[in-house]
Design a protein around this ligand. Structure first.
Ligand SMILES: [Mn+2]
Length: 321
């Protein structure tokens, strides 16, 4: 953690009366929770400031809080803070090229620089963990509901303190937060993990139909009509990739869904061994070492990706046995 940079972020926030908070397309709980937590922390500390989140709504995450509707932008005099997104093309809902003042806060591996002030901490388990650091290191204020938002991002992005990087440092920080605001963790967990039976039935289908290669690579291509026959939505299906960790028979697993609107395959990949983000970046994607995504146009490309990931597993097993 670079304390001076966090202090600089705070002093920039202080300067602007209008602040927009953006995040990546295809939101996840960390992206949305970090937007809401930062908006509320700034408003709580500086009640006179105008702060609003930008990006498409996400009905699925309404338990985290309310996002703002798109407004007209004050490009010249405002500040945009982008959260949880390493590259400009994946920022949702605002054209960064038009803004004069941008701050980036992220925990993904570096992709490109797009602002003068960038705070990137790859050792943080989530963007919400970075915001907790920002609050702890500056005069930004926090209350009970901001603490809950931060915990939602931290718990879901680390998959309940399972994924790397997850260490004693984050556990102490979370323990402090839980103690200070007397947080009932069971309530937070049920907010994040409550799910309808339809999704569990779809998980059963995925479990029965996942292809597993001899190199311990598993994948499934989920057709939209299958997903809807279970009364589930495609983004939940794609996120179920997180529920298939620690299965002995494979070390890398991939869920493919179809985004009909943009006519692409949406690919979600997880690993508990081989580093996958280099492969993902070859296919219009990227992400973390063990958790990546990609957007693919054709079936041929998808076949190539399957072959690449299978080969990656083969090499990994050869080098680690
Ligand atoms: Mn994140």
């Amino acid at each position: 953690m670079k304390k001076e940079v966090l202090k600089k972020v705070y002093s920039e926030i202080r300067k602007y009366n209008t602040i927009y908070i953006a995040r990546h397309i295809g939101p996840d709980p960390d992206a949305v929770a970090s937007q809401i937590a930062l908006r509320e922390a700034i408003k709580f500390t500086f009640p006179q400031k105008q702060v609003c989140t930008v990006g498409a709504g996400a009905a699925k995450f309404k338990y985290i809080g309310k996002l703002d509707k798109a407004t007209t932008y004050d490009y010249e005099n405002s500040l945009v803070i982008t959260l949880d997104v390493p590259n400009k093309s994946r920022v949702d809902g605002c054209d960064l090229d038009k803004f004069k003042n941008i701050i980036k806060i992220d925990h993904h591996p570096f992709v490109e620089k797009f602002s003068d002030l960038e705070y990137i901490d790859e050792d943080a388990c989530s963007t919400c963990e970075i915001l907790l650091d920002l609050i702890n290191e500056t005069r930004l204020k926090i209350n009970h509901s901001i603490a809950i938002s931060l915990l939602i991002g931290i718990i879901s992005d680390s998959n309940r303190f399972l994924f790397n990087p997850c260490n004693e440092r984050i556990l102490y920080k979370v323990a402090d937060l839980v103690k200070k605001f007397k947080i009932n963790l069971q309530n937070v967990y049920s907010l994040i993990y409550s799910r309808p039976m339809s999704e569990v039935r779809l998980m059963g289908y995925i479990g029965s139909n996942l292809k597993v290669t001899k190199n311990k690579f598993a994948y499934i291509i989920l057709e939209n009509d299958i997903v809807s026959s279970f009364n589930a939505d495609v983004s939940s299906a794609s996120n179920m990739v997180n529920d298939f960790n620690n299965i002995e028979d494979f070390i890398v697993w991939m869920f493919v869904t179809k985004d009909l609107k943009n006519d692409i395959f949406k690919v979600n990949i997880r690993s508990r061994g081989p580093i996958i983000n280099d492969v993902a970046s070859k296919y219009n994607g990227g992400g973390h070492k063990f958790s990546s995504g990609a957007r693919i146009k054709t079936m041929d490309e998808l076949d190539d990706l399957i072959a690449d990931l299978d080969y990656l597993c083969k090499e990994y097993i050869k080098n680690n046995s």
